[in-house]
Design a protein around this ligand. Structure first.
Ligand code: HH2
Length: 278
């Protein structure tokens, strides 16, 4: 698979890894909560990330940090839709919408979003698959054990790699069964979603096994707590740890990297790819 076809006919080539910039329009995200709640601040941040080289802007209105409470539909729409609308009007960078709610995805796609990033892999809202299929939008299917509220309560795996691999395979088949073309599917191990530190490290080390499932793989390690655990550093000091994971993810074949710090990610990934191609 060498490109993603967006609903408006544009193509996103996957011959190099894409940098997906995170834009959380939330009061409570674990690293940037409250910074971009006002539409104008969010749009400014999107512009900045586009200038820094983001290939995709991922806009989300509900934190999925461990213990987070679900956000009501109306509130999520109120946060996300004006930002999607403005960013789509002002910038040409493709937008993904980080939501598991079909109605948020549907409205965002209407307003110019191109990709649906569903951390539940189409499991939390029975209408999501149809929304994605009808718009022919690429969709991210992510592994998560439990829900954000309970996922970090004693997560346990006999074989984390086998379990995540089996889950992603099953969700991909389910998505295809619900009318989503296989070439629109992106898979994600769900770093930090119901996983212990060792589980996250194992998944990254063996990412090539997930790449072998044949779909583009997205990885979201940015500033996450397993980096804090390894380096004993707070969330605002996890950039270098994040960058290390990006290099390794690219070396293992990841095609989309979801990050808060776009500029350093772009540089590090371009450099790593130059070496990998030499
Ligand atoms: N991680 C987060 C949110 N969405 N989506 C995908 N596909 N993969 C991820 O790893 C992923 C994701 C969590 O990070 P962040 O958005 O920074 O925090 P919060 O959930 O607190 O808003």
């Amino acid at each position: 698979m060498s490109e993603l076809l967006l609903p408006d006919g544009r193509k996103l080539p996957l011959d190099r890894a894409l940098i997906m910039g995170v834009l959380n329009v939330t009061p409570d995200s674990f690293s940037d909560g409250g910074l971009f709640l006002r539409t104008e601040d969010a749009v400014r941040r999107a512009e900045e990330m586009a200038q820094e080289g983001a290939d995709i802007i991922d806009i989300g209105g509900e934190s999925s940090r461990p213990g987070a409470e679900p956000v009501p539909l109306e509130e999520e729409l109120r946060r996300v839709i004006p930002v999607v609308r403005e960013v789509a009007q002002r910038l040409s960078v493709p937008i993904s919408v980080d939501t598991y709610k079909a109605e948020v995805a549907r409205r965002a796609l209407e307003e110019g979003a191109s990709i649906v990033n569903d951390i539940s892999a189409l499991r939390f809202d029975p209408d999501m698959a149809e929304v994605v299929a009808r718009r022919r939008a690429p969709v991210v299917l992510m592994h998560m054990k439990g829900t954000p509220r309970d996922m970090q309560r004693n997560p346990y795996y006999e074989d984390v790699l086998g379990e995540v691999e089996g889950f992603l395979k099953e969700r991909k088949e389910a998505a295809v069964g619900m009318g989503i073309p296989e070439e629109n599917i992106i898979l994600d191990p769900g770093i930090g979603f119901g996983k212990r530190v060792q589980d996250n490290l194992q998944l990254l080390k063996n990412l090539d096994r997930l790449v072998a499932l044949g779909s583009p793989v997205l990885v979201g390690t940015s500033r996450k707590s397993f980096i804090g655990a390894v380096l004993d550093l707070p969330v605002e000091e996890r950039l270098e740890g994040t960058l290390a994971t990006l290099v390794l993810a690219v070396a293992k074949g990841a095609k989309i990297l979801r990050v808060h710090d776009v500029r350093p990610a772009v540089r590090v990934v371009r450099m790593a790819e130059a070496v990998l191609r030499a």
